[in-house]
Ligand binder design. Structure first.
Ligand code: C2G
Length: 130
């Protein structure tokens, strides 16, 4: 089994998220999504519209996703990769280079973001204070 992992908030799920997950899955045959808890989002300076439980529930329904685990800190990636026997770490290229330290533990892949869509844009367009 070739295992892939990716991290994120995945709030107000949209095509950009799905395209990231779909492409990430092509690097193996098992995809773990590590989804930010509400508390960790606060550390990231983000407030998700959808709760952690609901974001987890939604991610678990996606055909490309095999497992969803919580992201509670910036410091868990090495242990996540080692403890889950991860072969490939995948992130959008807005994070280009930021996780290269994982190259000692697994393959690191940054994928081009999907232009023109983001949770922030959705909230802005709907007139929600983000
Ligand atoms: N993404 C994308 N295209 C978009 C929007 C998002 O490819 N238009 C990707 C991001 O690059 C990221 C993933 O979808 O890889 C999840 O995006 P966010 O929920 O915004 O994740 P982020 O807040 O960047 O969290 O420890 C890492 C952090 O948890 C990443």
């Amino acid at each position: 089994m070739k295992k892939v992992i990716t991290y994120g908030t995945f709030d107000l799920l949209h095509k950009g998220h799905i395209r990231l997950l779909k492409r990430a899955k092509t690097f193996g045959n098992h995809l773990t999504v590590c989804v930010s808890t509400d508390e960790f989002n606060a550390l990231k300076g983000k407030k998700a519209y959808t709760s952690f439980e609901d974001r987890k529930y939604i991610l678990e329904s996606i055909r490309y996703v095999d497992e969803v685990i919580p992201e509670t800190s910036w410091d868990q990636k090495i242990s996540d990769v080692v403890e889950n026997d991860i072969d490939v770490f995948v992130m959008g290229d807005d994070w280009q280079g930021k996780f290269d330290f994982l190259m000692d533990y697994c393959q690191v892949v940054y994928l081009p973001r999907t232009e023109g869509i983001s949770s922030t844009k959705i909230k802005r367009d709907l007139g929600m204070n983000h």
